[in-house]
Structure formats: C-alpha cells, structure tokens
Design a protein around this ligand. Sequence first.
Ligand code: UD1
Ligand code: UDP
Length: 396
Amino acid sequence: MIKTLIVFGTRPEAIKMAPLIKELQSDSHFEVRICVTAQHRQMLDQVLDIFKINPDYDLNIMKQNQSLYSLTADVIIKFEEVLKKEKPDIVLVHGDTTTTFASALSSFYFKTKVGHVEAGLRTYNKFSPFPEEMNRKLTAVLCDIHFAPTRRAKLNLLNEGVEEKDIFVTGNTVIDTLKYTVKQNYKFREPILNEIDYTKRIITLTAHRRENFGKPLENIFEAVLCLADSFDDILFVYPVHLNPNVKDVAERVLKGHPRIILTGPIDVDDMHNLMARSYLVLTDSGGLQEEAPSLGKPVVVLRDTTERPEAVLANTVKVAGTDKERIIEIVEKLLTDKEEYSKMAHAVNPYGDGFASRRIKDALLYYFGYKKETPEEFKGSDMYVQKLYRRVLKAD
Ligand code: UD1
Ligand code: UDP
C-alpha cells in the first residue's frame, strides 16, 4: 500500500483536493491520511462538510488577520508532528498557498517524497500574485512528482529544469469537482440566492488577492458601483471573502446598493450553480478563472497578470487589471455589445475533462511501480498552447 498523506488548508485547496481524496480512498493500493492546517477555518469547514471529508489531523492554525510570517512558521512546526507520526510514503500538496509551500518544506526536512497537484502555473512576476508566485516556485524545487494541469504548465516546469519523467499532465481537478456540484433545477443553500430575480443579468463578483488590498480594491468597488448605477437590468452578487482587509472595505463601499447583493462565503455547490446562472464573472480568483470557461461564462480578471493564459487565448477570459475606468470600459462593452459578448460566452475546457484525479492516481501507481504504462496525458489544452507558440513565433 502507498501511504499517502494529503495536506491542505484553504478553501480552494480543499475544493480541488476533494475529488482526488475520493479517487484515492476508493483504491485499495492507497492508505490515505488527511491533514488540514486550517489556514482557513470557516471557509475550509464549509468545503469539508459538503464533501464529507473527515481529516485525521487538524492543525487549527488560523488567527484573525494572520501574518505570512507566523502562518508559515506554524505550518512548518506543526506539520512535523504529523510527519513523525505517519511516516508517509508520499505527501501530496496543492497549488500555491502558504500551507502548500510550508508543508512541502516540512516534508523535505523529513526527507519524505512530495507530489505537487496543480504544478507549473507561473506569471513570472514575483509580486503578482503575492505571495503565490513564489510559493509555487519554491514548492516546485522541493517536490519529486509534479502534476501539471496543462501542457503549458508542464513547459514552465521543463524550462525550470524539472525532469520530464517527473511531470504528469493531468488536467485540473477542479473540473472533476464541477461534476459533483453543477445541477439543473438546483436549489441554493443560501436562501437569498433562491430569491434573486434571475431575469436580470447576474454578475458574480469575488476579490481577495493580497496585492489588491488598499487602492486597487477601492478602484474595483468604485467601478462596480458605477456599473450598478448605470445599468438597471444587472445584479451583482458578491460572496465576500472573510479576510478583514476585504470584508471591511466591501461592506463600507458596497453595502446598501439595490443592485449589489453581498453575502458571506457561500458553499461551493452554491457558487458553481450561481456562476452557471450568471451573465458574467468578475474576479481576481484563480479557481474562478478555471471554472467559468467550463460553464461558458466570460470572465473579467481583476488583476494585472494571470498564470492561466489558456482561457485568455481561448478568448473567454479578459485581463482587466484594477484600473477603475478600464474595468468599466470592458464590462460596459460586454453588457451592450451582443457580438462581443457572444464571442466570449462559449464553453471551453482547456483546464480539464473531469478525469484529472484518475490520472493523478494512475501516475502515482506508475511512480510506485504498481503500473507499467505511463498514464496518458491530458491534451485538452493543446490547441491553446499551439496558439501561444504561433504568437511567440510571430513576435520573434
Ligand atoms: C489564502 C491564500 C491565497 C488563496 C486564498 C483563497 C496564502 C498566503 N494565501 O488567502 O493564496 O488564494 O487563501 O481564499 O496562502 N479568514 C477567516 N475565516 C476563514 C478564512 C479567512 O476569518 O475561513 C480571515 C482571517 O482573519 C485570516 C484572514 O482571513 O487571518 C486571511 O487568511 P489567509 O489564509 O492568510 O489569506 P487569504 O487572503 O484567505
Ligand atoms: N468559492 C466558494 N464560495 C465562495 C467563493 C468562492 O465556494 O463564496 C469557490 C470557487 O468556486 C472556487 C474557489 O472557491 O472553487 C476559489 O477560491 P478563492 O477565490 O478563495 O481562491 P483562489 O482560487 O483565488 O486561490
């Protein structure tokens, strides 16, 4: 049996690890242990409840308005105890949070193998997103196996000197998660979402990035106010992140407008079904940039960079940045120009086909010698990678 210790701490990690946990738990080659750092408390528990995941270890580290320093230190120190108890064959980490990097570092100190799920995403800008770009780069050098969601992500890893034999292109597990959550005739858990007038054009909004705190977030919210004032057939629905740097500003600037609905963080199945019923998504989130294209919804990205260029190349995502006038201009166009909107509103799946977890399982079986054949790569993103090459060659 392959003793596999899966560690995660925040909402998006949980959402993306959930289908992999189910996949590994249902295969007798694996003895699965789950450790949550609880870098997020409430927002993590929401996901654990939905997917009925019972962690073996809960490090319970979240503090109000925590600093990166104490968070990093707490994970490194507390995860050591779990490693000592479990002595796993492999630790699986996900993505680019502080939990990801710090638990990978702890595992390295313990000389345990580490597998990185959602490996190879890059903006090549050290401070955008911050601290995620460095978290994932630092995690990559500590890891033994890399599960890249797309071939583009694999290329990034190859360019950094990771050996090809250690990289498996699997698709993103978040597309597996959508299979569990999106339903027709869905009844929302959050009552207010059942009462909304869905004949209006719904714009789902989220924001939480650290580099957007302060002025950029104020700009985003001012743009939202202007748009809500200008169009009486739209309705913003904004499930607000619990980070006080976001929540306090959102409530101060946006609360009370008749065309802006603020809620707390909603359950993931509510979120996916809300997006499925939306006209447009405005976000600085990573996960939403992967989910919305699959649901055929255009995304306006409220950041200067993205590590997910595939959907930009597929023309379903536009990177707007955080300038108020630019956000207004892009959203206004999508609200008034039907042709422009329909160019962006088509379902594409550059990030996965719903079988990423199975590919990761097969890759692990191969890696540990239980399978002879290398797992087949997820190729869904190829046309976007080729498009990128053509652009780069032209530029040369
Ligand atoms: C973290 C990740 C970010 C990820 C995001 C997903 C880091 C440094 N950041 O950012 O990469 O995109 O999660 O949402 O790893 N809080 C609560 N309850 C919760 C969650 C958060 O009260 O359930 C509040 C707390 O005051 C906490 C603060 O939010 O201290 C910040 O949480 P933290 O995990 O440090 O940062 P996020 O902005 O959530
Ligand atoms: N999400 C959710 N409830 C919310 C907002 C987001 O379940 O109120 C989900 C969303 O569908 C996606 C994930 O949380 O799967 C994204 O998390 P977040 O934006 O916090 O982090 P990121 O993806 O940017 O790291």
